[in-house]
Design a protein around this ligand. Sequence first.
Ligand code: BGC
Length: 507
Amino acid sequence: MEYSKVITIICLIFVGDSRGQAADFQTFPDGFLIGAASASYQIEGAWNVSGKGESVWDYAFHNMLKQVSDDSNGDIACDSYHKYKEDVQWIRDIGFDHYRLSLSWPRILPNGSKDRVNLDGIRYYRNLLEELKAANVTTVVSLYHWDHPEVLEEIGGWTNEVMVERFEDYAKVVFDNLGYLVDIFVTINEPEMLCFDEPVNSSEATARGLANDVASYLCVHNALKAHAKVWHMYDENYRATQGGIIGLLPVCRGWVSGDGVTEESIERYFQFGCGLVLHPIYKGDYSEIVKTTLADIDVYRNRSFSSLPVFTDEWVKMIKGTNDYFGLNHYTSRIPVMEYGARTSDSGVLEIRDKSWPITVLDRLEVVPEGFGNLLRKIRDEYDNPPVYILENGFADSGEILDYGRINYHYDYLSELLTAIIHDGCNVKAYTIWSLLDNFEWDRGYSISFGIVKVDFTSPNRTRSEKLSTRWWKEVIRTRTLIKPPAPGSTSSWGGCFECDLTNDKS
Ligand code: BGC
């Protein structure tokens, strides 16, 4: 046999076809960041403490405008406002490289106006960020994770363009007072969730929901303007001295192939999904497919105006290029199939869920790791392989302490991710677990859990404790390798009994 052929065969034996075979690629690349995320309303509590104003969520829950399956709210949540030092201790013990938190806008500007800054709010976040810095943790801070001051909702919230200016005022106060402690800023968490939640069947993101598609597109339009203005403000006035990076954070679903999936159905699904906010940022303006499709729908509905607002050339330029990194939240996937006959969606695509997919307790979030890989490769191709920071990915269960489902989920998604990096050259820099703690899961309250650390919501102390996934993550981070999930009742290779002193009885 020729020498070169022998070499090729030996290489193939070691490398294999890496797609789907994570065993070949278990080590995380140098410098890869692993962290966990949270959001202010979901963990802080202290809703009316030390000068905080009322948020849109406080108002909605206190006035029964939004239903929660266990009739709870975020008044106390994980009480992280008081227990932040303990939270940071968990972060330090597990070994995370970074922690993503969000700021409560009304804790900083109680009535939405820059003329009344709540110094106690600033002090709280400064203490928290300093604690993280002292623990050598990279800080990722979302300016906005859906909790704006109620007074701004009363003037129409994100459907009112005034929000753009209010958001700039708020961001300036944050940059001036806290920016020096922040490594990575997120402007707006998931504008698509924020803007396409409906009052009926609303799930999360908006306390009130938005009336219709016109309001939704207006909301996206204003959110993009607000994001761009704040990116430019940071870029021009703060970047040089504070040295951070800043970007928008969309949520993108992935997809897998199936009967009826075509290039067009994938493209429409993507462009009407997170592409709606990404196209203006990476390519300039809304995509042609979105503009022409919505224009046709307007004609069909006999609308005398465009449901998709139009950006002036000046705004197109202002928005284009305003992402220092590609932030990505991702949970699940669909099978996108063209709709024929009566149309039920703006995209013209049906989003099918395969009954064979493993489900989670949150019925919209099936486990489909393959779709994650497809999404990462699409981002590579569509946006010129930008640095991608996964800032949310996680698994919902009923609070089990022996949370094998969660460990398997992270393992499977990380296998896809490592394949995408190593085999497919995707430029992924970070992975962030949703969530550090069990917390207030919007319309599902405390009835379901995403945390890798357990919180006892029946104890006044909101006691935190380990789960099996806490241990698994510690070991993954310590060794920087993707460790195979343990089998129930098994003995770990690194420390005797894996489940020792943990039982589901405590859940
Ligand atoms: C949101 C989180 C939420 C999670 C799970 C994400 O879209 O950013 O706030 O808890 O999904 O539903």
